[in-house]
Design a protein around this ligand. Sequence first.
Ligand SMILES: *[C@@H]1O[C@H](CO)[C@@H](O)[C@H](O)[C@H]1NC(C)=O
Ligand SMILES: *[C@@H]1O[C@H](CO)[C@@H](O)[C@H](O)[C@H]1NC(C)=O
Ligand SMILES: *[C@@H]1O[C@H](CO)[C@@H](O)[C@H](O)[C@H]1NC(C)=O
Ligand SMILES: *[C@@H]1O[C@H](CO)[C@@H](O)[C@H](O)[C@H]1NC(C)=O
Ligand SMILES: *[C@@H]1O[C@H](CO)[C@@H](O)[C@H](O)[C@H]1NC(C)=O
Ligand SMILES: *[C@@H]1O[C@H](CO)[C@@H](O)[C@H](O)[C@H]1NC(C)=O
Ligand SMILES: *[C@@H]1O[C@H](CO)[C@@H](O)[C@H](O)[C@H]1NC(C)=O
Length: 439
Amino acid sequence: MSIFLISLLILIHLSPSSPAASDDQYHLKLPLLHKPPFPTNPTQSLSSDLLRLSTLHKKSPQLPLTSGASTGSGQYFVDLRIGTPPQRLLLVADTGSDLVWVQCSACRNCSNHPPNTSFFPRHSSTFSPHHCFDASCKLIPHPRHVACNHTRRHSPCRYEYSYSDGSLTSGFFSRETTTFNTSSGNVVKHSKLAFGCGFNLSGPSVTGPSFNGAHGVIGLGRRPISLPSQLGRRFGNKFSYCLMDYTLSPPPTSFLLFGNNLAVKKSYTPLVINPLSPTFYYIGIKSVFIEGVKLPISPSTWAIDSFGNGGTIVDSGTTLTFLPDPVYSRILKVFKKLIKLPSPNETTPGFDLCINVSTESRPSLPKMSFKLVGNSVFSPPPSNYFIDTAEDVKCLALQPVGLPSSFSVIGNLMQQGFLFEFDSDRLRLGFSRRGCAGP
Ligand SMILES: *[C@@H]1O[C@H](CO)[C@@H](O)[C@H](O)[C@H]1NC(C)=O
Ligand SMILES: *[C@@H]1O[C@H](CO)[C@@H](O)[C@H](O)[C@H]1NC(C)=O
Ligand SMILES: *[C@@H]1O[C@H](CO)[C@@H](O)[C@H](O)[C@H]1NC(C)=O
Ligand SMILES: *[C@@H]1O[C@H](CO)[C@@H](O)[C@H](O)[C@H]1NC(C)=O
Ligand SMILES: *[C@@H]1O[C@H](CO)[C@@H](O)[C@H](O)[C@H]1NC(C)=O
Ligand SMILES: *[C@@H]1O[C@H](CO)[C@@H](O)[C@H](O)[C@H]1NC(C)=O
Ligand SMILES: *[C@@H]1O[C@H](CO)[C@@H](O)[C@H](O)[C@H]1NC(C)=O
């Protein structure tokens, strides 16, 4: 795999539009958005999380990229400009997958197609499909029964990326120019983005309401084909994001940044590599505290076993947080004991602990924190693990997962309001409660 990584890095080349190169070409900052209609129904979030997790579980060694999937509910979107002249598309930002792909349309005269809903390669002067014999073409899974004739000049690289629920995106693995704004407003062009131009899409993971109107996915995972890997060394093999609480009004700006975020002092925990799931960013949890009291949990509960099961991933594409059954049960028990507020008059399907907060304008909820490997402590506010499910009703936004075949997920609700920096060179995850105002 490393030989392809090197060839990709050589392919990448950035040309700042202004000749006065400055430091800020090493920061690319993209706004992260929520596209309405956003499903505020937590039961719907739960069902799309469960669909996503069922697809994340698929491990198929012969296909290099099947590990990721993206159901769009509760997602953050990136407004990406792609092509020459740039076309705008809204893509799901996903740390749980690697491929960058957009919905493509083969129209020649696209004026009667809805604008900004798919990419029109024939309207771009820089679109170029990879040849099926290119090294980059070997990085992605191909449809069956498509042979590469390397003596033919026009033999495009076909890809087929399938999810375990049967959803599929397939088309041509291609090269395009993307246009980014730097953090100080300069425009930077990245001329060799490798991406999937998807002509055939099917299934609930990539169409339908759970995809929530997105036009594709930006894979932010660890493999060579992801956007951070492609931008690579020019941006210090680092990216960070800040997911803000989209229910606030007016909604604050969330962002995705490639490059250094030096101004912010962060706590760190090592990123753990699981060779059997090389896409994901794993971290190590050591213990859970509620109101400062450590829960009695065996350290082996958090381990990754020799089959690659277990462990904890940080995922921008899952809304809720999923913890091993024994941990979840402990937390639930302690929270039930500590919370004195009444239950609502109706149950919320899929949630075990809900409270009626109508009598408290600012209900005080127990503080939970996670001690991580490297002795840093992640202390999210209760709004990161209690979700509003109806007026005056809050539910514990945690879910149990069965060991040993499963793994834990720190979902995007739990990450809200923190800067997270994924540093692949130093193999560490930095986080800070203060980084969200941006560098
Ligand atoms: C669609 O994208 C074009 C650029 O390709 C942009 O000028 C236009 O404002 C976009 N339209 C909408 C509705 O976002
Ligand atoms: C493109 O389509 C529009 C609307 O259907 C039509 O008016 C126009 O003449 C077409 N242009 C070309 C070059 O075919
Ligand atoms: C490959 O393409 C060349 C040129 O088009 C053609 O002559 C040759 O028969 C093809 N080979 C196969 C195995 O299809
Ligand atoms: C799309 O699907 C159709 C029918 O399944 C197939 O004939 C076609 O080759 C596919 N196109 C691409 C680009 O994969
Ligand atoms: C860059 O920022 C300017 C000003 O905020 C905005 O008008 C423009 O559309 C942005 N361009 C891109 C590629 O995001
Ligand atoms: C919450 O409690 C108040 C006061 O007891 C009650 O009027 C209201 O119906 C309850 N709401 C729910 C959703 O249970
Ligand atoms: C529960 O309480 C809410 C808010 O007071 C009310 O609108 C709803 O009708 C109640 N449901 C039942 C089953 O009593």
